[in-house]
Design a protein around this ligand. Structure first.
Ligand code: ASP
Length: 314
């Protein structure tokens, strides 16, 4: 278990999933891929913010970059479920007015986070699932994407490993998320995932659920979670961080640590979170061995932390 402090002056943070990433456990190539992916996502999102874009645009942009990157378990590179299919979940939330959009178990939409945004902006609903969500995407001009697009050999091998008799149940790892604050002081959060390797068809985790895996409220915090989703749903984890701050006045680092290092483990689950308050304080606690994450400060300094022992420098 690891409890980080927090860093200050942050305008955008991203994560690439909770999981065990002890130094030396992934090859240099994979390590570089994580690093480059997070850096590109941070730069793209930061550009949006410096061009006076909203935090909502920034988190959508950053998550899209990670969805397009096959290193992560979201969009292209998503894990396979027990039927060897990709089913993708994503959600986005606007801290200014608590509007939110989400998609659950989509199979043919290249960028689920942008579809979640469309649900928020162009429908009367908060969540759309499965075929209805994919149909909503095509009706709104998003191309139909074949399942093959999401496929990677690595995730196939993970599925085969998971199906081996006696295999330990495998976690997803590589889920992505972003939190941001813009010049107007508005917060936003987004999360996107392929779920967990070998999960039952139709299973949905926290990443698609406002309050569980994603939450943003200008008065307190923007949150994106990653880890064993069932625990995060039962704990209403993202909203609990927000509620602790609102009701007790706890600073973000304390509220996030209570939920991630005490409440989630008490449910037998593990994971991590990126949580950003309106003043730019970022907390990244996790109860897994690692949380691949990075952030960019107001003045454009990019910091990426693939390993747990890369302590904050800000
Ligand atoms: N939370 C995700 C899910 O349960 C998985 C992950 O973050 O690794 O679908």
């Amino acid at each position: 278990m690891s409890v980080h402090g927090s860093v200050h002056g942050v305008v955008l943070a991203v994560h690439g999933g909770a999981g065990s990433v002890p130094r030396g456990s992934v090859g240099q190539e994979r390590e570089r891929a994580y690093h480059d992916g997070l850096t590109e996502a941070l730069r793209a999102g930061y550009r949006v913010l410096t061009e006076d874009g909203s935090s909502l645009d920034a988190v959508e942009t950053a998550v899209r970059v990670l969805e397009d990157d096959p290193s992560f378990n979201a969009g292209r590179g998503a894990v396979l479920n027990a039927d060897a299919a990709h089913e993708l979940d994503a959600s986005i939330m606007n801290g200014r007015d608590l509007r939110s959009g989400a998609v659950l178990g989509v199979r043919h939409t290249r960028n689920p986070v942008s579809l979640a945004r469309l649900v928020m902006d162009r429908s009367d609903h908060v969540m759309l699932a499965g075929a209805g969500a994919d149909a909503f995407a095509t009706r709104n001009g998003m191309p139909h994407t074949a399942q093959d697009y999401f496929f990677t050999q690595r995730r196939w091998d993970d599925l085969m490993d998971a199906k081996r008799p006696g295999a330990a149940s495998r976690e997803g790892g590589g889920t992505v998320g972003a939190v941001a604050v813009d010049r107007a002081g508005d917060l936003a959060a987004a999360t996107s995932t392929g779920g967990m390797t070998n999960m039952l068809g139709g299973r949905v985790g926290d990443s698609a659920i406002a309050g569980a895996g994603t939450y943003a409220d200008n008065r307190t915090v923007a949150v994106s979670c990653t880890g064993a989703g069932e625990g995060f749903v039962r704990a209403v984890a993202a909203y609990d961080i927000c509620a602790l701050m609102a009701y007790t006045g706890a600073p973000v680092r304390r509220a996030a640590a209570v939920v991630i290092n005490e409440k989630i483990p008490a449910l037998g689950a593990a994971g991590g979170v990126i949580a950003l308050d309106p003043r730019g304080e970022l907390a990244t606690p996790h109860s897994t061995a690692g949380l691949v994450n990075g952030y960019v400060t107001r003045d454009g300094r990019v910091v990426v932390r693939v390993y747990d022992d890369e302590t904050p420098t800000a």
